[in-house]
Write a protein that binds this ligand. Structure first.
Ligand code: BGC
Length: 297
């Protein structure tokens, strides 16, 4: 069988790779996601990523995209995640006009869960909840018998939009107090900016944890909120595992142990829940998007 292109459209970067049936990344490239607020610019960047990777051996393109995604039609529905102007974008139709191969579009966190269930931290588990912490907070719910839960309106697993702090910060989805307003790279960035008036990236704030008191307060709040959120996930789903991926996992040495401690101190019955980092870190979206294509070929 040929190879496929797997793409992960993130809030800051579009990562793409040529991936074989075993999930190996043979080649890869990455470009900044357009910040213009114009979905057409994002689609054009997406095409550039594909053009760099495509050749005669490619038999399909799998896309993981933020937002409520109708995976049957390959389009974004009412909520477009952290890309402005992304809602209602018909990704599949756009790509079908340019590329004569199978195209499958899925939610970005769902494809990350597909990857981790296939080859990663969730392999062999009967059920797990995947969360990706990056620009936003994505979620994927996997149950062995039925696979990924998509919901009645392709809104299942939108865990970043469950409410953590009622009447809290306004989210881009229109609600107030969504988890991703407190547990995401963007949240770390904006909370730090509010407290210190200095504009650092989420990663820079995390890196300053041991040298900057304000960064420590911001990251400790993030960690406590993440632990609190995991307690709720445990009580709602009682999964075998919770797997954490997304860009923020690359700084896990800074917050992981405190998160586990807060979880253990706050939870009623941990039920031996396995809380694990994603094996493929931030590559799980790309690999899972490729797997979504192999699944339909
Ligand atoms: C979007 C989700 C997405 C997540 C991570 C959220 O804002 O609503 O669909 O999975 O960000 O990108």
């Amino acid at each position: 069988m040929g190879k496929v292109i797997g793409i992960d459209i993130g809030g800051t970067k579009i990562n793409g790779g040529v991936i074989d049936q075993e999930g190996n990344i043979l080649r890869r490239t990455s470009k900044e996601t357009s910040k213009s607020g114009n979905a057409i610019d994002v689609l054009e960047t997406l095409s550039c990523v594909i053009d760099e990777l495509i050749d005669d051996e490619i038999i399909g393109i799998g896309i993981g995209a933020p937002g409520f995604i109708d995976s049957n039609q390959g389009k974004v529905l009412s909520v477009g995640g952290n890309i402005q102007g992304w809602a209602e974008t018909d990704i599949k139709s756009y790509l079908n006009k340019k590329y004569d191969v199978k195209i499958q579009v899925e939610n970005d966190a769902n494809v990350a869960a597909i990857c981790e269930g296939w080859l990663g931290a969730g392999a062999g588990m009967d059920s797990f909840v995947m969360i990706t912490i990056g620009t936003g907070l994505g979620g994927g719910i996997f149950i062995k018998e039925s696979g990924i839960l998509r919901g009645a309106h392709f809104q299942a697993g939108e865990l970043g939009h469950s409410i953590l702090h009622p009447r809290g910060h306004k989210c881009s989805c229109g609600q107030k107090g969504c988890v991703e307003m407190y547990v995401s790279g963007t949240a770390i960035e904006s909370h730090y900016f509010k407290m210190r008036g200095l504009s650092l990236t989420g990663k820079e704030v995390l890196d300053s944890y041991r040298t900057d008191e304000i960064a420590k307060v911001v990251v400790d709040n993030f960690t406590f909120d993440l632990a609190t959120f995991i307690i709720s996930l445990k009580n709602i789903f009682d999964p075998e595992g919770i797997i954490i991926g997304g860009g923020v996992i690359d700084s896990k040495e800074i917050w992981w142990d405190n998160m586990i401690l807060s979880f253990s101190e706050g939870v009623n019955d941990s039920a031996n829940l396995k809380i694990l980092p994603a094996k493929f870190r931030n590559d799980s979206g790309m690999i899972g998007a490729a797997r979504a294509i192999f699944n339909i070929l």
